[in-house]
Design a protein around this ligand. Structure first.
Ligand code: SF4
Length: 361
């Protein structure tokens, strides 16, 4: 599965689901967005298995995205989940910090089996990460993975589009892999360990913030947290601290059909997806939004009347039309739009690198 296909699905409600398999990670990157460490939270795999077992040929997400912490610390679980998902027609993606590349002895057996079972591997790279795993070691492991996984990409993170690290690293990856491996470029966010150490801005003009007002694309794919709680928002670091009612969909063990139906029934979540949290607050709440989109979103459930007014609007012709328009925009399946809006606009077209090779293959 090519990165461009995943990027095209990213803005479509319930086209995918994200599983945070563990908060454990053997690396200690200074800006880890999920504050992961080997002392992190890890629950049994049962709820993740029950959820994936509930996918059927007729009712399943198109993609299951496995993240952490370091999901490949649970290589056996990744192998199992990817295999079960595929039986229902769901493809799988795993995002890894490539800790296993440090051994320099090739891919360990359990990692080879996990990579042989997934449809896409994304390898993380950023300046802090390179202090934990050398770039040359990551490259060696990615070259080996290319023989095992149908789709491989890099996820490279920098301060902003003017960060010289991004220009140098992207050029180096393009050279090393002869433009056959796509690259998703993102910006450091003040979440996890980065909250305590805000990144120093790169020299030059300051880029616009990634998250602005307007429809929220993160309210599209549900997220299963480390403990099996399922959220309607994919911003894990926020949900570790706040659990507003409109963003909590239930438990992984409730199964995909019930969770998908609940997502479609949540008026506030649907409005956040269609017009954004700030406009939702202005239109249906009392008082002005404050503190930015996510801070506003976290408070939307506090007044029950806000959800009731949003539901009434969605039941009417105007609400249905607004939602239809938002959905139509997402369903144009533009692979660059989500990336340009929430990651790097300058580098957004790199998600399609290697697309012709993937099609020819
Ligand atoms: S606006 Fe709400 S749904 Fe969107 S990312 Fe922020 S908290 Fe999540």
């Amino acid at each position: 599965m090519h990165l461009a296909e995943i990027a095209a699905l990213r803005a479509i409600p319930a086209a995918g689901i994200q599983l945070a398999l563990t908060q454990r990670c053997p690396l200690s990157c200074a800006h880890c967005s999920t504050d992961s460490s080997m002392g992190g939270t890890q629950f049994p795999g049962g709820p993740f298995r029950r959820l994936v077992e509930s996918f059927t040929r007729d009712d399943h997400p198109e993609v299951v995205l496995m993240s952490g912490g370091e999901p490949l610390l649970r290589a056996g679980l990744v192998t199992e989940l990817a295999g079960r998902a595929r039986q229902a027609g769901t493809r799988s993606y795993v995002l890894s910090g490539m800790y296993f590349a440090r051994s320099g002895r090739g891919l360990p057996g359990p990692i080879r089996r996990a990579l042989g079972s997934v449809d896409h591997l994304a390898a993380s790279l950023d300046a802090h990460h390179e202090r934990e795993v050398a770039r040359a070691e990551v490259y060696r492991a990615v070259h080996a993975a290319l023989d095992l996984v149908p789709g491989v990409s890099f996820q490279v993170t920098g301060v902003d589009d003017d960060d010289p690290y991004l220009a140098e690293t992207v050029a180096d990856i393009r050279r090393e892999f002869a433009d056959r491996v796509p690259v998703l470029v993102t910006h450091l966010q003040p979440t996890g360990r980065a909250r305590a150490r805000p990144p120093a801005p790169a020299a030059g003009p300051v880029a616009a913030p990634a998250a602005g007002p307007g429809p929220c694309d993160f309210a599209t794919w549900p997220l299963v947290g480390y403990d099996g709680t399922v959220y309607g928002c994919a911003r894990q670091s926020l949900l570790d601290r706040h659990r507003p009612a409109h963003l909590v969909l239930g438990r992984a063990t409730d199964g995909w059909p019930a969770l998908r139906a609940r997502r479609e029934a949540r008026a506030l979540l649907r409005m956040v997806r269609a017009i954004g949290p700030e406009l939702t607050q202005r239109r249906f709440g009392s008082g002005e939004p404050a503190g930015g989109p996510c801070a506003t979103c976290m408070r939307l459930s506090e007044e029950p009347a806000t959800a009731a007014r949003a539901q009434q609007y969605l039941d009417g012709a105007a609400g249905r039309a607004v939602e239809r328009m938002a959905r139509a925009l997402a369903e144009d399946r533009d692979p660059y739009r989500f990336v340009a809006r929430w990651g790097s606009a300058r580098y957004s077209r790199l998600v399609a690198l290697g697309w012709e090779d993937a099609c020819a293959g």
